[in-house]
Design a protein around this ligand. Sequence first.
Ligand code: CA
Length: 231
Amino acid sequence: MSAKLILIVEDELAIRQMIAFGLRRAGFEVREAMDCREARQSLADQRPDLMLVDWMLPDMSGLELTRTVKRDRRTRELPVILLTARAEEGDKVTGLDSGADDYVTKPFSPRELVARIHAVLRRAGTGALDHIVEFDALRLDQQSERITVGGQTVPLGPTEYRMLEFFMTHPERVFSRDQLLDRLWGGNVYVEERTIDVHVRRLRKSLEKYGMDRLVQTVRGSGYRFSTKAQ
Ligand code: CA
């Protein structure tokens, strides 16, 4: 299985190089473009498996580029992750409306970005064979659907597994109970918001003896967040 190719569209050299370095280390192949014009040339030349697009670009906004790509029959299926700055956070919805598959807010860690890329590739059905996500000693293997700590399997119910898988592939973000219901139950089934708390409690209990329950954090008044940073 050959390495997945990621096209990075970012005009700031330092950020582009930092991302490229992190992605190469994670086993991806990388192509770089500094504006939309270069990105289009690169797309015509060789189709990547995923495109990372900075929102603010000199010739055209990353949002506009995403729209163009998603409107074109030949590139419609290409997964796109938008890179946004804090100031643009309020425009997130617009970002997703443009057809972007996900967005990552700057500043982000290479590890977070890699986790999000894996998640998007997986959803697109073109993910790498080996879906390993690690945080400290906690390891998620999406292939075998197993969670381990230091090689020991953590016994989890199916819902707790799905919940932890979701958290580990969307780290450092706060999700409301409503959003979690939507992402984990698909919004088709009638499930009370309290159900989320019950499963979070069970998940924490399973992680407790490994000292990993601290990663599943309650954000008062908002919901839950998976984070390796102390609260
Ligand atoms: Ca930029």
